[in-house]
Design a protein around this ligand. Structure first.
Ligand code: NAD
Length: 433
């Protein structure tokens, strides 16, 4: 989330027993079989390269010292530096971060980016602390990670509960750690920075924009007219709100929205721009006057053309999948569909645009930011969008073509393409020593 307001209050409803890492492992196993990946490559990719846990003290406003637990998982860096977001959320756990880090490896490979995969975070609720505490936690975490991150080694970005402001604090802390002579050379230590601090135009909306390019390709392929279509969105932070706003310009009406506080509905369409401004100011959709409150069950049963889950993993289980009455699910969040949910949706004939494809616009524009930082350049927003559009549409077509040829679903196709690219490099470079 990149608003100037503090990150939205998060509670999460992911049940403890859900094993996100196992889900991602199962995807890997099935795709490796489909693409006939060398067993030794699959073995290497089945575990992250590095798993780092840091416990660090922070003095709170009250004077009390609290210990925080931070994670950074570096899954793979064969194709380039580890790359992936930082999540601040009470449910952050090592296994979930491992799952998210692996997902980043596939995403970077699928989009042909010179990056590997990583992910990190801190287990706490960013809304339970003051702004100054949030800054001290972020700076101390960055310091604790020390040389385990770096602009040519491992590059964090925003994720759930973090935003551009937090990236600015991370960059500032890191640049103060490397010494005066290198200060200007390390802007690329994080991406998703505010533009004035070295961020790129177009990054804030990039993930939503990328989702929309995928939806456009999907509509084109299916002969579906987006003008007059309807959308439901779960999660109205950075990804969800930008997806809804950009789709509204294409004539798509957002009829139901939900976040951690509840769900709202308006059959005439909620004004996505106004709702985004409201969330920017209030941190949540709660109290927004333009819609009627509905339950989570009613939200999932709301008929629409497109459903964009943009909150957390494991939101679409059996009940939700049975209730959903949509044509396509565009996964803005990472891992929103549990395997059982995915199976039911596919059986019902619902198309799923998988996370590793649909939400890859964020890391793609992060790459553009990183390149601009290296070259001390500033591209126009149009430049960024043109490149992003070409990258997303090419990836979509590759995935769609593979799925058609191999008669598999789009997630398996996306994984298989990514794995093949990584395998090719392992075969060329072989294993050290
Ligand atoms: P964010 O913090 O800006 O927004 C998260 C949203 O999810 C908020 O509206 C929050 O209220 C809602 N939410 C949280 N718990 C919920 C619950 N239990 N039920 C319903 N809603 C809930 O985060 P974001 O950056 O928009 O990320 C959202 C998802 O997109 C995550 O899965 C993230 O990994 C993924 N993603 C983000 C980016 C990016 O560029 N920010 C890129 C790729 C993927």
């Amino acid at each position: 989330m990149m608003s100037s307001a503090p990150p939205s209050r998060l509670q999460g409803s992911t049940p403890k027993e859900y094993d996100f890492y196992k889900t991602v492992q199962d995807h890997l196993d099935r795709a490796a079989k489909l693409a006939k990946i060398e067993p030794y490559v699959q073995t290497i990719l089945s575990q992250p390269k590095n798993e780092l846990i840091v416990n660090f003290p922070v003095r709170m406003d009250s004077g009390e010292v609290r210990l925080f637990k931070g994670y950074r998982v570096q899954h793979n860096n064969l194709l380039g530096p580890f790359k992936g977001g930082m999540r601040y959320h009470p449910q952050v756990s090592l296994d979930d971060v491992k799952a998210l880090a692996a997902t980043m490896t596939w995403k970077s490979a699928l989009l042909r980016l010179p990056f590997g995969g990583g992910k990190g975070g801190i287990k706490f609720d960013p809304h339970s602390v003051s702004r100054q505490e949030l800054q001290r936690i972020t700076r101390r975490f960055t310091h604790a990670l020390g040389e385990n991150i770096g602009p040519e080694y491992d590059i964090p970005a925003p994720d759930v509960g973090t935003n551009g402001q937090i990236m600015a604090w991370m960059m500032d802390t890191y640049s103060n750690m490397v010494g005066s002579a290198q200060k200007q050379m390390v802007k690329g230590i994080v991406t998703g920075k505010p533009v004035a601090s070295g961020g790129t135009l177009g990054r804030q909306k990039a993930t939503g924009q990328g989702i929309v390019y995928c939806i456009l390709e999907w509509a084109n392929e299916k002969g579906h007219n987006l003008e007059g279509s309807t959308l439901t969105v779960q999660g109205f932070g950075n990804v969800g709100s930008n997806t809804a706003v950009i789709l509204s310009r294409l004539g798509v009406a957002t009829v139901a929205v939900g976040d951690h506080t509840g769900y709202i509905y308006n059959p005439e369409g909620l004004n996505a721009h106004k709702l985004q401004d409201y969330v920017e100011a209030n941190g949540t959709i709660a109290g927004y006057p333009g819609g009627k409150a509905i339950t989570r069950e009613e939200f999932f049963a709301t008929k629409a053309d497109i459903f964009a889950p943009c909150a957390l993993e494991n939101q679409v289980g059996e009940a939700e999948a049975r209730a959903l009455d949509v044509k396509v699910v565009a996964e803005g969040a990472n891992g929103p569909c549990a395997q059982v949910g995915e199976r039911i949706l596919l059986e019902k004939g619902v198309d799923i645009l998988p996370d590793v494809l649909a939400n890859a616009g964020g890391v793609t524009v992060s790459y553009y930011e990183w390149v601009q930082n290296k070259r001390s350049e500033m591209w126009s927003e149009e430049d960024v969008d043109v490149r992003l559009e070409a990258a997303m549409k090419r990836a979509y077509r590759e995935v769609s073509e593979y799925a058609r040829q191999r008669k598999c679903d789009m997630r398996m196709a996306a994984y298989a393409i990514a794995l093949k690219r990584i395998e090719a490099v392992y075969k060329e470079r072989e294993i050290f020593p």
